[in-house]
Design a protein. Structure first.
Length: 148
């Protein structure tokens, strides 16, 4: 193999490994780590923190794929209250290295997710389902733990 070809191939491989804001990891799209069932454990607002029964309801978010696309189903007290369908365009944005992803939902809704892994426990910190990340409505943080 010619030296210039070897150098070009090596440069290409190194540049791909340096991509900092990729939402893909070795297994594919990083957002796949959100699939499953998540139970709301805590809410932090600008004025207080609510945990467990202080929240006033039991919330489960089920993230999955039904063959037509990805979705989030939100259950409160075992009743389905809303289904949010992920959009394909625009797709998710974020960083697998920071374990963060913002998912876009139809119509014009977004939700930020930050996955935290500890031995035997995976949690996720999220924003609400809001029109604009970083806007005035983006003041409450929700913390979920993985059920499955």
């Amino acid at each position: 193999m010619k030296p210039i070809l070897k150098l070009s191939l090596l440069s290409l491989l190194l540049c791909q490994g340096c991509e900092k804001d990729s939402i893909r990891d070795i297994g594919g799209p990083f957002s796949r780590h959100l699939q499953g069932r998540w139970e709301l454990e805590k809410m932090i607002t600008p004025t207080r923190t609510l945990t467990g029964s202080q929240i006033g309801y039991k919330e489960i978010v089920e993230s999955g794929n039904d063959g037509n696309g990805n979705y989030d189903k939100v259950y409160r007290n075992d009743t389905l209250i809303k289904t949010y369908d992920h959009t394909r365009v625009p797709g998710p944005t974020g960083s697998a290295a920071r374990m963060e992803v913002t998912i876009n939902y139809w119509p014009d809704i977004k939700r930020f997710h930050k996955i935290k892994r500890n031995p035997g426990l995976t949690t996720v910190e999220t924003s609400g389902y809001i029109p604009e990340i970083g806007g005035a409505q983006d003041t409450i943080r929700y913390f979920y733990r993985r059920l499955e």
